[in-house]
Every structure is written in structure tokens, then in C-alpha cells.
Design a protein around this ligand. Structure first.
Ligand SMILES: Cc1ncc(COP(=O)(O)O)c(C=O)c1O
Length: 388
């Protein structure tokens, strides 16, 4: 079996890289959600071979892309997806916007769970819809629970037409259980609320937890949802801007897809669909080894914090490589926390209040990097805290 070297340090500076080229050389970037790992060798080889062909004209839709999405859902999660449920989208955020426009009207309410992935805070009002926040409940052990009573209140409002679920959840790292998802599905069906499930982090779920695709819950759940996927987080191909939706209900599929077809807004790119196909068809080995490596990074982080930096706590992370650090013991306001980590520790992370209610006092750290780099970031943070 192929073995990937996740310890390799790759210099990303000077490659128009948002993560690294946003900050000066003295800052270690641990923020935006891509990894510092090279993508799988079969992806690199396929891209090089395609590039060497020298002609990059209009691609034909030969269904190889859709088939690779079907294959991955079956292999990894046991979900039987039909080929004609799958459509190409230029990544997940555009897919969410298309769904919002297809299934809701301006002035409608859309429910999201707070704290929430920050672009959700923009795309909903920017499309003339209102955000209703269902605050996740923080428990003593650092894990989060759904406030179902509040959720039902929000779903039952007359103008609520969509629930945007983030499963697994960014930024709190929660992997929803089958029971939770079933209850969410039943409540949405009861109140006639359509579900958009953002499952971009579904491959990064730690031992003891299991990702359940929302559309696999039941026929009724499938008929009432769009599932958004993208191999970008796992295989580090976010820059090729290619994702997919799975829409099991034919009428809903057509509602979603007709505007794209009518506006001819479905053009793919040869360097977008190819890495997705190769990742999904040939790179299980990489996803498995990545998860193992991230488990190692997570234990390293947890052990380092409890032994050397006890003022920062991390709950039981269930999923994603975005770790939700509880920094409340530092007694700093959000702006202070951000500048402390950036200017004193020289580590760039996402400050918690940017994710909305429940985020103040937290920082989100991306641990998808070689362990030596994580060690360096923790050493810097330890020194900065000791100097306080
Ligand atoms: C929950 C979630 N959804 C969507 C995205 C962005 O996806 P895309 O690049 O496919 O638009 C991210 C990226 O961090 C994310 O964390």
C-alpha cells in the first residue's frame, strides 16, 4: 500500500496561498481550513499527465465525476447514492447559495447552529434571508449538545423554510449521532423546513464516532435534503474549486438544478473534476493515514495543553482538524485574544467571536500540519503565556 509522508515540511509561501501569504514570515498560520500536507501522489501524477497533454478545451460530462462521488459515499459511509442524484458545483459555499435561492424566498428565516462557520453569517443576509441562531449547549466536558426545544421554536416560525446543518460541525468539532440527526430530520419534516447538510468535514471523524450522511437516515429525510460534499478538506484540493451536491428527490433535484442549467452556470474545469475523481476512486489509503496522523496531532495537542499550558482547554474533539480551544481562563476580550496570539505568540488562529454567539473566549486552531510545526506553535504559545 502507498504510504504518505505527513511529516514532510512543504514551503507554501509565495504560491498565492491564503493561509501562508496573508501573514508575515514570523507568523505561523494555523487558521483557514486547508492542510499543509501535499495531496495524494496519484492526484499529482494525474494532474501532471493531464497538464502535459497541452490542450485544456471544454470538457464533456461523461459521468466519471458523479460516479466517483457515488463510489466514495458507498465505500466510506455505506450510503447507496444514485448516479442521477449527483451534480457538480463549484465548491460547497456556492451550492449552499444555490439551494437557498431554490428552496427559500427573500425574507425567509434560515436556521443555523451557533457558533457557526463564519461565511454562513454572510451568505444568508447577503441573499436577503434572515439568520435564526440555534445555540449549541456547551457541557462541562467541553462537548456540545443540541437545544432541541429552542430548535423546534425556530423551525415552527412561519417564515422558517431552511435548516443549514453543518455535519460534522465547524467550529465546535461535533459529529452528530444518528439519534440527533433523526430528531432533527423529524422536526424539519414536521414543520416543513428543508435541510441543507454541509458535510464537507465528513471524512475527518475520530475514533469512537461515526459520520452519518443526512440523506441516508430515511427515505423521508432523503426527500427533504440537499447534501453538499467536497473532498477538498481531506485531500487538500480546495484550490481547484470543485464540489458536488447529492439531491435524492427528483423534484427537489430539478428545482435545484434548473436555474443552473437555464443560466448555463454548470461549466466544469478539467483541473477540478480530475483531482476529485482520482481522490475518491484511488486515495482511500491517504484518507485513512491522514486520520491516523491527525489523531496523533490531537493527542499531542491535548497532552501538551494539559501538561504545559493548562489555561487553554480542549473538549473531546469528535471531528474536523479545526480544534476549538477554550481560552476563557486567560480572561481576555475577543480582540485582545486575537492580538495576543498573533502579536505575542506569532500564531495566527481564528478568533471565536467571529463564529457568533457562544464563540467569545475561544480560538479555532487548525492542526492539519506536520507535527513539528504544531510543536513549534505550542512552544510559542507556551512562552507567550508564561510571559504574561
Ligand atoms: C463547514 C464548511 N463549509 C464550507 C466550507 C468551504 O467550502 P468550499 O471551499 O467548498 O466552498 C468550509 C471551509 O472551511 C467549511 O468549513
Amino acid at each position: 500500500m502507498m504510504k504518505h509522508d505527513f511529516d514532510e515540511l512543504v514551503n507554501r509561501r509565495g504560491t498565492e496561498c491564503k493561509k501562508w501569504d496573508t501573514y508575515t514570515e514570523d507568523v505561523l498560520p494555523m487558521w483557514i481550513a486547508d492542510t499543509d500536507f501535499k495531496c495524494p501522489q496519484p492526484v499529482i501524477d494525474a494532474m501532471v499527465k493531464r497538464a502535459e497533454h497541452g490542450i485544456y478545451g471544454y470538457p464533456v460530462n461523461c459521468k466519471a465525476f458523479e460516479q466517483s462521488v457515488v463510489n466514495w459515499q458507498k465505500k466510506r459511509f455505506g450510503w447507496d447514492v444514485d448516479l442521477d442524484w449527483v451534480e457538480y458545483t463549484p465548491a460547497v459555499i456556492p451550492a449552499i447559495v444555490y439551494a437557498m435561492r431554490a428552496f427559500t424566498n427573500p425574507g425567509d428565516n434560515i436556521v443555523i447552529q451557533m457558533p457557526a462557520y463564519h461565511p454562513f453569517h454572510d451568505i444568508i443576509p447577503n441573499n436577503g434571508r434572515h439568520i435564526l441562531g440555534n445555540n449549541l449547549i456547551l457541557k462541562a466536558d467541553g462537548s456540545y449538545e443540541v437545544d432541541f426545544e429552542d430548535l423546534e421554536k425556530l423551525l415552527s416560525q412561519k417564515r422558517t423554510t431552511m435548516f443549514l446543518l453543518c455535519n460534522p460541525h465547524n467550529p465546535v468539532g461535533k459529529c452528530f449521532t444518528r439519534e440527533e440527526l433523526t430528531r432533527i430530520s423529524e422536526l424539519c419534516l414536521k414543520h416543513n423546513v428543508f435541510v441543507v447538510a454541509d458535510e464537507i468535514h465528513s471524512d475527518i471523524v475520530y475514533k469512537g464516532y461515526k459520520h452519518i450522511p443526512f440523506g441516508s437516515l430515511s427515505r423521508q429525510a432523503a426527500d427533504n435534503c440537499v447534501v453538499c460534499v467536497n473532498p477538498s478538506k481531506t485531500f487538500n484540493i480546495a484550490g481547484v474549486r470543485t464540489g458536488a451536491v447529492i439531491v435524492p428527490n427528483r423534484n427537489k433535484h430539478d428545482l435545484f438544478y434548473a436555474p443552473l442549467e437555464d443560466n448555463k452556470a454548470y461549466g466544469r474545469t478539467v483541473f477540478g473534476t480530475l483531482p476529485v475523481e482520482v481522490s475518491y476512486n484511488q486515495c482511500d489509503y491517504y484518507a485513512d493515514q491522514l486520520l491516523e496522523y491527525l489523531e496523533g496531532n490531537l493527542s499531542y495537542l491535548e497532552n501538551s495543553l494539559s501538561a504545559r499550558i493548562p489555561k487553554i482547554k480542549v473538549g473531546k474533539t469528535q471531528a474536523t482538524y479545526l480544534i476549538w480551544l477554550n481560552c476563557k481562563a486567560l480572561n481576555m476580550a475577543p480582540q485582545e485574544l486575537q492580538s495576543f496570539f498573533l502579536e505575542k505568540a506569532k500564531v495566527a488562529m481564528n478568533e471565536g467571536s467571529t463564529f457568533g454567539p457562544g464563540g467569545a473566549g475561544f480560538m479555532r486552531m487548525n492542526i492539519a500540519c506536520p507535527r513539528s510545526r504544531l510543536a513549534e506553535a505550542l512552544a510559542r504559545i507556551e512562552t507567550a503565556i508564561n510571559n504574561l
